[in-house]
Design a protein around this ligand. Sequence first.
Ligand SMILES: [Zn+2]
Length: 450
Amino acid sequence: MDYLEQFFEFLSIPSISALPEHKSDIERAAHWLKERMIRAGMDEVRIISGAGNPIVFGRKSAQTASAEPVPTVLIYGHYDVQPADPFEEWHSPPFEPKIRDGKIYARGSADDKGGVFPAIIAAEEVIKDNSLPINLKFLFEGEEEIGSPTLKGLLEEYKDLFECDMILSVDGGMYSNEVPSITTGCRGLAAIQIDVLGPSTDVHSGGHGGVINNPIQALSHILSSMKDQEGRITVEGFYDDVVAVTEEERKAFSEVPFYEDAYLQEIGVPALFGEPEYTPVERMWIRPSLDANGIWGGFQGEGVKTIIPARAGCKITCRLVPDQDPESICKALETHVRRHTPKGVISSVTVFPGNSKPYAIPEDHSALAVIREVLYELYGKEPINVRLGGTLPIARAFLDVFGTYLFFFAMSGPDSNAHGPNEFIRIEELKRQKEGLKLFWNRYGHAAIK
Ligand SMILES: [Zn+2]
């Protein structure tokens, strides 16, 4: 790995998108990438600036002699990183990469510079060999860690430039260190706030207790009406559009390693909770969820204050699965809140922007079979299908704009401490990322020509 020094240079740039004082580092990282991509021998490299942080775009046409059309694969990744605090928990400074036990420690080493850098090196090696079997495009953004606010707009604006047959995301990672995994979908998101209003100001509980309703208790009533004692969601119509789990899926998910005791210990809870008809893995990936994220109202100070508060509120997010639609879920929640608001208070529901539809790759997509083959070759083990319980708006954005699917192809381990102190990537994971991409381009190019 004679290019580790260059990787370290890239890692040393604190390209933190969340902190305005690092704006110039974002620019620096984008330019560093651009220069490195030009050196890799791409036909075109440019920086695309919009209202937010720039996209670094690169393109290289296939080097095949055949006149047959070849597919275009777009590599997606991001060069921005999470903030590095708390600094005192790092064993070496986050922007001074260090190797310990075959692992490179630095902020961004796994997420996602350790995906982006090997992709450029893989391209460089294939281009040098004059053997690139497909058209390659690269889209590296600088806003992933703040939710990619301007990406979708730029995808639409530069649609022709980014047009492709499939997207390979080098952002993400493996589910387990024991078996390779393919992420075939993620959950969507719907977010609301409930406000409950009582008297026009906080009033004396002696003078009014027993005479008027209490917004905190009214809100608790609304909230507890949303789930039963075993964790089934009881919002009318909530499950209507959920696609039923097939027996094959259930069988496949039952083979996913999940260690209940270790999980309980890691999270620090006494027991699991949720729809008893489904396993924890199923509940995490292919069943929807509803959670209160925060709640407020009334007196929070020390001691006693004898009031009936004027208001109470809470925030709720739901993780959605195919084919639930965030808009209709928010409507169902609104109707539910209205129906379950007790007498004597006024409730309202605010729907937040940025809701996201769930995402699932069709199981018979030709690229999935190629990815499966490549992972088998890299790891010597049959890969398992996994889903993400979280939400990846970018996967959905590509599908909405181009009608093409995004596939996850990232090799960092689940223990990489991405977003936390002491983030690392194994040197062998970097190598696998590079070799895996080369294998994939080759196989996918030839599978498409056949
Ligand atoms: Zn990332």
